[in-house]
Design a protein around this ligand. Structure first.
Ligand code: SF4
Ligand code: MG
Length: 338
């Protein structure tokens, strides 16, 4: 296809006082030009760690990386620090949950957006300022010409997130990594920011990796989705496939534990029992098996034996030993209960 970011058998582990944490353990996925891949999972599923590795922002002294990350014809694992610094902010940009971690309180937003542009594009101060104003306008900040001289704390949470998006997109990156970009915002502002990202993507063709724990965000903003559990892919497909015909028991659990849009608020939600595994000593076999209600159906030998891989290898795939017929039957039962 048109994929230009390809992650192959990624492994990320780091040394802690308690031992080696295998935060990501054999993860493969691709991102296509101009599309949004949503990566969803609980905290500790490895989704943020994966993206720090793509950005080269992991701590090189404590972290061990394996596998391959191809960005067009460049392999990013083992790329030099200088090469990563050149890519970051220019061709690969990022936004995080809290804009204040990326924005300095000491400089005006115009200066900060302009600096990124100057660093990568060699622009003059005047060009950088004009570009900052243009970007603030594009992300929908009213009175951009005067607000360009304001400091981050002069902006509301939602407006600050727009400023951060302006800064991330100032060099026209090919890939934007957005880690929980709207989690701190109230629901209305959240929707506005997600829609803004979509509009900007349509104008620029930037691909987006959107990391979230929230399937509502995925439904609103992503094209493809990767469900992560315990450092592995549990399910992958288009948003439509995964949200309407989910095949993995963990995805069923995620879907049953969020309120359905428009559903009466007193409909009981079913949280997934248990807690995510410790990545110091992940369970053998399918990492979800200690929390899964379908082990007996799939066969305990299978679920606790080999780790399941995504199957089929392309398209809508899931890593679960239940047969296709069983998945359809159980999903039917779950839908019947909702
Ligand atoms: Fe559950 Fe077994 Fe499927 Fe894992 S492989 S999700 S434990 S049924
Ligand atoms: Mg995170």
């Amino acid at each position: 296809g048109d994929s230009f970011l390809s992650v192959q058998d990624l492994r990320v582990s780091f040394q802690t006082e308690d031992g080696v944490v295998r935060a990501v353990d054999g993860l493969s996925f691709e991102v296509e030009k101009g599309t949004t891949l949503g990566i969803v999972g609980e905290s500790g599923s490895g989704k943020s760690v994966t993206n720090l590795a793509i950005l080269g922002l992991h701590d090189p002294d404590r972290t061990e990386l394996g596998g391959e990350i191809w960005f067009e014809d460049q392999e990013l694992i083992g790329a030099s620090r200088t090469a990563m610094e050149r890519l970051r902010g220019d061709r690969i940009a990022m936004i995080f949950q809290d804009p204040l971690t990326s924005l300095s309180p000491y400089h005006t937003v115009g200066r900060q957006i302009g600096e990124v542009y100057r660093k990568h594009k060699g622009a003059s101060k005047k060009e950088a300022r004009d570009r900052a104003i243009e970007m603030l306008e594009r992300v929908g900040i009213p009175h951009a010409r005067t607000r360009v001289d304001d400091y981050p704390h002069h902006f509301s949470g939602g407006m600050r997130q727009r400023v951060m998006i302006a800064m991330a997109l100032v060099c026209d990156p090919d890939l934007l990594i957005a880690d929980e970009p709207t989690t701190a915002l109230d629901v209305t502002v959240q929707a506005q920011v997600l829609d803004l990202l979509k509009d900007l993507q349509q104008q620029t063709g930037t691909a987006i990796i959107l990391i979230t724990h929230d399937l509502g965000v995925i439904a609103r903003a992503a094209h493809q989705v990767l469900v992560m559990y315990a450092g592995r892919a549990a399910e992958r497909g288009t948003v439509r496939e995964v949200l309407t015909e989910p095949r993995h028991p963990y995805t069923w659990g995620l879907l049953s534990s969020i309120p359905r849009l428009g559903a009466p608020v007193d409909v009981p939600l079913t949280p997934i029992r248990g807690t995510p595994p410790s990545m110091l000593a992940p369970p053998p076999g399918c990492p979800f098996h200690p929390r899964c209600d379908y082990v007996a159906a799939a066969g305990p030998q299978l679920c606790t034996g080999e780790r399941p891989d995504l199957s089929p290898a392309t398209g809508h795939g899931d890593a679960c030993y239940l047969t296709r017929a069983q998945k359809q039957e159980f999903l039917g039962q779950i839908k019947g209960r909702q």
